[in-house]
Design a binder for this molecule. Structure first.
Ligand code: SAM
Ligand code: SF4
Ligand code: FES
Length: 347
């Protein structure tokens, strides 16, 4: 591919939002026209979702997990984590505070912790809905019936990353889990009327650019409403401790490509990106992202929810993070949204 072709591909992505797998790979591999590529993603973001940035308050309510994903610090075989689960009343208290910071959505995230029964979750969801907040859940794989109960209780969105669309690689990285079941979960969630969030890890061992291109095409085929992409960051207390981690540039390229091909969806500037680059979230907002998920978990729990090392904000308060992130957003001429920030289909 010569230079003229790279530029033509960027123009095609910006104008049509359609590229073949080979074309995606070509652009992900290019480093020479990277800045033009990011600028195109930023224009598409501006055109389809505007300058508003949606803030979603993240509550990490349990770091207990029955699964054993090789990359994750919360995996059940990691004995070095201090485990915790918040009382439902504490979750509610954090949600009330999230509302007081002006957030319109709370994201409830945890390991796959069986202590939180359907009834307990339904109760938490109903009480948070009474506050007028939108709710995103990120609590892993469940049956369709359980998802239905969450939805009936009022949950609006669900985040469940496919992690990788390479089935063999997925099943190697997430021992005991089934890739087909994960896809079943995503399809059930979509059918039940959740806004569907998925996404992938970038540069996990065994992944290729071709595989990342498949991930992006998968996001499109499943009609995802939100996509979270982040670099793999090796955790010293996991079997992948010695592996190389992902890079900031390729992670944001996968994210920018997602914006170009799914122009009207919500895309967070992920915490993992800022772990690799002190300006990571702001740069991500200028490469296609339109959402940030500031942490509203209080106290020592932040340090215990250690998925990977170097996680940002672990010693900061929710109030500090709020003023920090709003200041940064305004600093690049963007505004903090005051709506719930549901996807508005335009494509
Ligand atoms: N247990 C739920 C699940 O797996 O969907 C939600 C919590 S899990 C900690 C959230 C996300 O963390 C995963 O989807 C995964 O992509 C990400 N993650 C786990 N380990 C990571 C690592 N070492 N580097 C970067 N991201 C990681
Ligand atoms: Fe558990 Fe999620 Fe971590 Fe896997 S990624 S070990 S399911 S918390
Ligand atoms: Fe937490 Fe900046 S957002 S310190």
């Amino acid at each position: 591919t010569d230079n003229k072709d790279i530029r033509a591909l960027i123009e095609k992505a910006e104008a049509t939002h359609i590229l073949s797998k080979d074309e995606i790979v070509t652009l992900l591999a290019d480093t020479q026209y990277q800045d033009e590529f990011f600028a195109a993603a930023d224009r598409v973001r501006q055109k389809y979702v505007g300058d508003e940035v949606h803030l979603r308050g993240l509550i990490e309510f349990s770091n207990i997990c029955k699964q054993n994903c090789l990359y994750c610090g919360l995996r059940r075989d990691n004995k070095k984590v201090n485990r915790y689960r918040l009382e439902p009343d504490t979750v509610l208290d954090f949600a009330v505070k999230a509302k007081s910071y002006g957030y319109r959505t709370v994201v409830l995230q945890s390991g796959e912790d069986e202590w939180f029964s359907v009834d307990t979750m339904v109760d938490i969801i109903k009480k948070i809905k009474e506050l007028g907040l939108a709710i995103t859940l990120s609590v892993g794989e469940k049956t369709r019936e359980v998802y239905q109960a969450y939805r009936d209780a009022g949950a609006d969105r669900y985040l469940l990353r496919i992690e990788t669309t390479d089935k063999a690689l997925y099943e190697q990285l997430d021992p005991g889990m089934s890739w087909d079941n994960r896809v079943r979960c995503l399809k059930d969630l979509k059918e039940l009327g959740f806004e569907l969030g998925t996404g992938c890890l970038v540069e996990i061992p065994g992944q290729s650019l071709e595989s990342l291109a498949d991930d992006i095409l998968f996001f499109k085929s499943i009609d995802a409403d939100m996509i979270g992409v982040g670099p793999f960051i090796p955790n010293p207390d996991t079997p992948l401790a010695e592996e190389a981690g992902g890079t900031f540039d390729l992670s944001t390229k996968v994210m920018a490509m997602t914006r170009l091909l799914l122009p009207d969806i919500n895309i967070p500037a992920t915490t993992a990106m800022e772990t690799l680059n002190p300006q990571g979230r702001i740069l991500a907002l200028q490469r296609g992202a339109n959402v940030v998920m500031p942490n509203v978990t209080e106290g020592d729990y932040r340090q215990m929810y250690l998925i990977y090392p170097g996680k940002i904000c672990i010693n900061d308060t929710p109030a500090h993070c709020r003023s920090c992130i709003t200041g940064k957003i305004r600093g690049i001429g963007r505004k903090v949204a005051e709506t719930h920030g549901f996807r508005i289909k335009r494509a």
